[in-house]
Design a protein around this ligand. Structure first.
Ligand code: 1CP
Length: 349
């Protein structure tokens, strides 16, 4: 006999339970494309302040759920709260994105303060607690963090980048020293996600947005390895809580990542062929993805045809509908409504 449903479609899809239709949520479902988000953001002013103000962060987490009724909410926070909590100087500049004081030496790593992170991060746990208490029963709350490689990339470069050359050079020239940074992040990320779970997150996602810049052996060392450590430790402490990994840009390496890390679900980016994912990934883990976020900007037939094709390709196995990356600010909110309705009403032909 099959185990009883968790009562949440997202969790059922991640734990090998049957679902009546694919669950859905959208990366960056809270954010600037929503007028009600822009209002709260303008009231609070600074983006970091918004992340550290539980009433406001909980409000913007819930906004897309009220509008569209997704099967999951994702905590409103940012992957760079970890460097901030470790004591690295961080600011978000309007129109420029995050700016950090780069760390490129062993002394820079030694100056980080891993013991103090929860003090700075406690408002985030309060946000999780508030949202968990406010969500409808069937809606899951996803906690998240950046993966060590991706977070380290920002810490070393000092800002976003396309190639992350400084980080890759350091990782290859002196893997021991760079590895110490990855170790600090692996530890901090495990503890951070553990606290989110204890505060009420039903699942967690690790965003490895820049794993795609790495060659196979570097990917194994800096992405798959630390992810396996984090997942292993979380699974020992919280065996029933599913973990989703998002190794963006990993291409064919995704299969090894899915098999080796112990994750329950893998998010795939827009470039991945859904039918390949069904064959190569769904036999091991649930697959999450992967509509082009720009299809949601365009809307209409272009969006609907692509969404239906993904549903047809992946709904025979464990599947969570999502985008291949985050919703972009110019997305018309009514297109998100149309997409949500399409998924909710979709039936396999
Ligand atoms: O209001 C604003 O102008 C701030 C824009 C913004 C938002 C809405 C930033 C700054 N972060 C966020 C929230 C956020 N970030 C969430 C919230 C929940 C949701 O999905 O609704 C999540 C999950 C993230 C994760 C995140 N932050 C990632 C991983 C996912 C991805 O997009 O690849 C990354 C790389 C970041 C760094 C970051 N934070 C903010 C910006 C503009 C960036 C990207 C900088 C760059 O392009 O390198």
């Amino acid at each position: 006999m099959s185990k009883p449903s968790s009562g949440k479609r997202l969790i059922d899809a991640l734990t090998d339970h049957p679902v009546d239709r694919p669950p859905f949520w959208f990366m960056r479902q809270a954010g600037r494309y929503l007028p009600e988000y822009r209002k709260v953001r303008a009231q609070v002013g600074d983006f970091l302040e918004l992340c550290y103000t539980p009433s406001a962060a909980a409000e913007v987490t819930l906004q897309p759920i009220r509008r569209y009724g997704m099967d999951a909410a994702i905590l409103f926070a940012d992957i760079l709260l970890i460097p901030d909590a470790l004591g690295q100087k961080l600011e978000y500049r309007e129109g420029e994105g995050p700016v950090l004081e780069p760390i490129r030496t062993a002394a820079g790593i030694a100056a980080l303060k891993p013991d103090a992170i929860h003090e700075r991060l406690s408002p985030v746990y309060e946000t999780v607690d508030r949202v968990a208490g406010a969500l409808p029963d069937g809606t899951a709350l996803i906690g998240f963090a950046g993966s060590p490689w991706t977070v380290a990339s920002y810490m070393v470069e000092g800002h976003g980048s396309k190639e992350f050359q400084e980080t890759r050079l350091w990782a290859m020239r002196d893997p021991q020293a760079f590895g110490a940074l990855i170790d600090v992040l692996t530890e901090a990320t495990t503890e951070y996600l553990g606290r989110q779970i204890e505060a009420g997150a039903h699942a967690v996602q690790l965003f490895d947005s820049w794993s795609g810049v790495l060659s196979e052996d570097q990917f194994g060392r800096w992405c798959t390895g630390p992810t396996r450590t984090i997942v292993g430790r979380l699974k020992r402490r919280y065996p029933g809580v599913p973990v989703i990994g998002f190794p963006r840009g990993a291409g064919a390496k995704t299969a090894e990542y899915a098999a080796a890390t112990g994750i329950d679900g893998v998010a795939i980016d827009t470039s991945m062929p859904p039918r390949w994912a069904a064959r190569a990934l769904q036999t091991t883990v649930a697959v999450q993805g992967n509509l082009d976020p720009l299809a949601v900007v365009v809307g209409g037939r272009a969006m609907e045809d692509q969404a239906r094709d993904i549903l047809e390709s992946l709904s025979n196995g464990p599947f969570i509908f999502n985008l291949g990356h985050g919703i972009v600010p110019q997305t018309p909110p009514e297109h998100v409504a149309a997409l949500s309705d399409l998924i909710r009403n979709w039936q396999s032909s």
